[in-house]
Design a protein. Structure first.
Length: 788
């Protein structure tokens, strides 16, 4: 008997095993079960060995074999080799469900082949491609437990499904125009349009209309990506003024017309996960294209692009002959619509038409988003194509764990054994729809991946919706994990690190153990917990959350912190752009500490500098001001600004040698941003170009990381350093910091396959449990010895 575990269902594994066995004249059976795959095989010893090595060394392309166990079994009178029915799904499932896979080349060839019986059939798929997670209702992966169960196979499809030599042998979503789902085009009033739905949808798009397109994991909103009018209309109706819109193209050639693409980016775009990839916009576009590309991602040097990944997309793009905007089917930041009735309700005011079909979507799943930073692939949103593939953290979880993540960009994580299953993107829990989605997805996802949680980890913030959800789960142990501790643990989990690390957690906001808003943190993290080793000095956040949307106010607050009341007499343009009384109001509330929580956030410092330079006073989405500050930075600038560091008796030298000792550190060290702010102001007043100022600011932050990490390494002996938190999505900063640290002998770890933003928090929360910290997260009051 052979038992195979990993991602082995829905990837053509059983037909593959069948072919291997038949070719070697072996008898027995293969079947899916809740543990993965069970094979009983008998025959010639050499043939058996050969069979086993083929199985282990050359599994099907989309399978991930994690475990193969073999045992002797009594000889049975098998007749040939069979694929048998799945065993009863009574046990908790231990197999890994495959993510959705982009349409394969063979299916694509058939799709456009007029002689093929599936010519232009939008749901063509095979064992190598097609929907998986988004059609699965339960495990094992069999048609009866997918949303395809409503479609009875026709004779032709059944013949393929039952033929071991066929590419569609036991392909659960197999279908054709005769028996499978079908597409229709419906207008906003619910009337179906006559004629070919693809051609009619393409016509509507060409006329500037907005079409909601039902895809794999939900509805997209599509419009002509080369029409500024259509883009403006979509932005207005969707209430998405400035946030970038993703574009879909049929092939790499179409993409090259808009963006510059490097070989690693091209490989990523063509991968079977087909994520959205952020690519550099071309600088030599004609005026008309340039203005459309600007409208798609204003103030951003990059454009998010993906290749068509379902047959339906390929047909639609072939009809259109132009790139299409393909943005999430939602209003603002709510979860994307995936159920038909909900889509009509919520998108009825946005879309003029719906290109829809009757294959239900079992689970919402957004597109994944990636970017190449420092030459390496970096995940910004891990969702379709990657979920629910597990992340092997290298150590065992002491019990099944559910970690519920943060408030924004929420994901959750189910963990068992040494596998962490990160959920798809749930979204911002400020929206009630997203909170509901969290509860529903947790129930469904945890059963699919076979985790019945005994420990529930959540953020320390008492008012995060995810925290409230976690605390509502009875009969489990609850663990609160501090936000930045989770960021660093997420990076450790991804790299399987169990040794102590110096963690640099730079982001916008996270609830600190002292109730302040943290976000510019140096932590020493070990198996027992974390110690706050250094942080940015506190600056008031005028009006709290409101300051996030108004970087200008954060700039005024930083000016007051740096200059006192003299700030107001500085001849800065910023004051002219402020609303009447706005500056006075900021001064008043910060002086009184009224509605102005103290923050050590470096994200807010980026905001402040962005506003000081006149790059952005108002932010329509989180991180916008910082993103635009990065975009204007001149990367050739070598200058940098100084900052202050207190708590250290010997000043940090370049590269920070081994002369500091723990006795010379008054933990936590405090980083004073006032000198930096004053240097920025001096340069502004001296008329220095803002591109150069932004460049020097980025250099200063990279330098700050090195100059603080140096003494911490000297004091603790730790030279592993983990960088995480949303600020490290900034490619310029991450590149600079990584180079500086590596040159000074640090082992630098950054997040790659898990987002460094709050989308990666849940993995970190779960990993804190695995690291052995089952007690509520705490700041260790101990000496450095416990961390070294
Ligand atoms: Zn295929
Ligand atoms: Zn059929
Ligand atoms: Fe964060």
């Amino acid at each position: 008997m052979i038992s195979v575990g990993g991602t082995v269902q829905g990837v053509g594994f059983r037909p593959y095993v069948h072919r291997l066995a038949i070719a070697r004249n072996l008898s027995g059976f293969v079947r899916n079960d809740t543990a993965g795959l069970t094979i009983d095989v008998q025959g010639d010893t050499r043939a058996l060995e050969d069979f086993l090595s083929a199985l282990v060394d050359h599994p099907p392309p989309t399978a991930v074999v994690q475990r193969v166990n073999t045992s002797r079994a009594p000889v049975r009178p098998y007749r040939g080799f069979q694929i048998t029915e799945s065993a009863d799904p009574g046990l908790s499932p231990r197999t890994n469900v495959s993510p959705d896979i982009a349409v394969c080349d063979e299916c694509l060839g058939e799709l456009f082949d007029p002689h093929n019986r599936r010519h232009r059939y939008p749901f063509i798929n095979c064992t190598h491609c097609g929907p998986r997670l988004t059609i699965i209702d339960g495990v094992p992966y069999d048609r009866g437990l997918t949303t395809m169960r409503a479609f009875e196979m026709c004779r032709a499809c059944r013949r393929e499904y039952e033929n071991p030599a066929d590419r569609r042998f036991h392909a659960q979503p197999v279908a054709c125009a005769e028996c499978g789902p079908s597409v229709k085009l419906v207008d906003a009033s619910g009337c179906e349009r006559k004629g070919d739905p693809m051609a009619a949808a393409a016509r509507a798009l060409a006329e500037g209309h907005i079409v909601a397109v039902k895809g794999l994991g939900g509805y997209h909103l599509a419009c002509d990506a080369m029409s500024c009018t259509a883009i403006k209309r979509l932005r207005y109706r969707k209430a998405r003024e400035a946030k970038p819109l993703a574009v879909m193209v049929p092939d790499i050639a179409a993409l090259r017309a808009l963006c510059v693409v490097t070989p690693p980016e091209e490989a990523l775009l063509l991968s079977r996960q087909r994520p959205i990839v952020l690519l550099q916009k071309r600088g030599d576009l004609d005026a008309e294209t340039a203005s459309a590309v600007h409208a798609l991602a204003p103030g951003n040097p990059c454009l998010g692009i993906m290749l068509a990944y379902t047959p339906l997309h390929h047909l639609l793009l072939a009809e259109c002959g132009a790139p299409l905007v393909m943005t999430s089917g939602n209003i603002s930041d709510e979860p994307i619509a995936f159920e038909d009735s909900d889509a009509f309700d919520r998108l009825g005011g946005i879309a003029d038409f719906f290109l829809t079909h009757d294959r239900p979507i079992a689970e919402r799943c957004d597109d994944s988003v990636m970017r190449v930073i420092v030459g390496k692939l970096t995940m910004l949103r891990r969702s379709r194509g990657f979920v629910p593939s597990p992340i092997d953290v290298g150590i065992r979880f002491p019990a099944p764990v559910l970690a519920v993540g943060g408030q924004l960009k929420n994901t959750f994580c189910c963990a068992r054994d040494s596998s962490a299953f990160l959920s798809q993107h749930i979204g911002d829990l400020d929206h009630s729809a997203a909170r509901l989605s969290l509860a529903n997805s947790v129930a469904r996802f945890s059963s699919i991946v076979g985790v019945t949680p005994e420990v529930v980890a959540h953020d320390l913030h008492p008012r995060y919706a995810s925290t409230e959800f976690a605390l509502g789960i009875d009969g489990v142990d609850h663990i609160a994990v501090q936000h930045h501790h989770a960021h660093i643990a997420s990076c450790m989990a991804e790299h399987g690190i169990t040794d102590p690390v110096i963690g640099v957690a730079f982001d916008g906001t996270g609830y600190g153990t002292d109730g302040a808003i943290w976000g510019g943190e140096f932590l020493v993290v070990d198996q027992a917990g974390f110690r706050r080793a250094a942080h940015l000095g506190y600056v008031p956040m005028p009006g709290g959350e409101a300051a996030i949307r108004r970087p200008l106010r954060m700039a005024v607050s930083h000016l007051i912190s740096a200059y006192g009341d003299d700030a107001l007499s500085l001849p800065l343009e910023l004051f002219g752009r402020a609303a009447r009384n706005e500056v006075a109001l900021v001064r008043q509330v910060t002086a009184k500490g009224f509605a102005s929580p103290p923050t050590s956030s470096i994200g807010r410092l980026f905001d402040a500098v962005s506003a000081l330079l006149g790059v952005r006073d108002d932010a329509q989405f989180e991180g916008q001001a910082a993103m635009e500050l990065e975009a204007v930075a001149d990367p050739r600038t070598r200058r940098l600004y100084e900052f202050g560091l207190s708590g250290l008796t010997t000043p940090p030298g370049p590269g920070a040698g081994g002369d500091a000792s723990i006795a010379s550190l008054a933990m936590p060290l405090k980083i004073d941003s006032a000198p930096l702010v004053r240097s920025v102001v001096d340069d502004i007043l001296a008329g220095v170009d803002r591109r150069s100022i932004s460049g020097a600011f980025h250099n200063a932050v990279a330098d700050m990381i090195l100059k603080v990490a140096g003494p911490l390494r000297a004091a603790t002996g730790i030279s592993k350093i983990a960088l995480s938190g949303g600020v490290f999505q900034n490619a310029l900063l991450t590149t600079r910091a990584t180079h500086l640290l590596a040159r000074s002998g640090f082992e630098v770890y950054t997040q790659r396959m898990v987002p460094c933003n709050d989308g990666g928090l849940s993995l970190g929360q779960a990993y804190v449990v695995a690291l052995g910290n089952r007690a509520p997260s705490r700041t260790l009051e101990t000496t450095a010895e416990s961390c070294a």
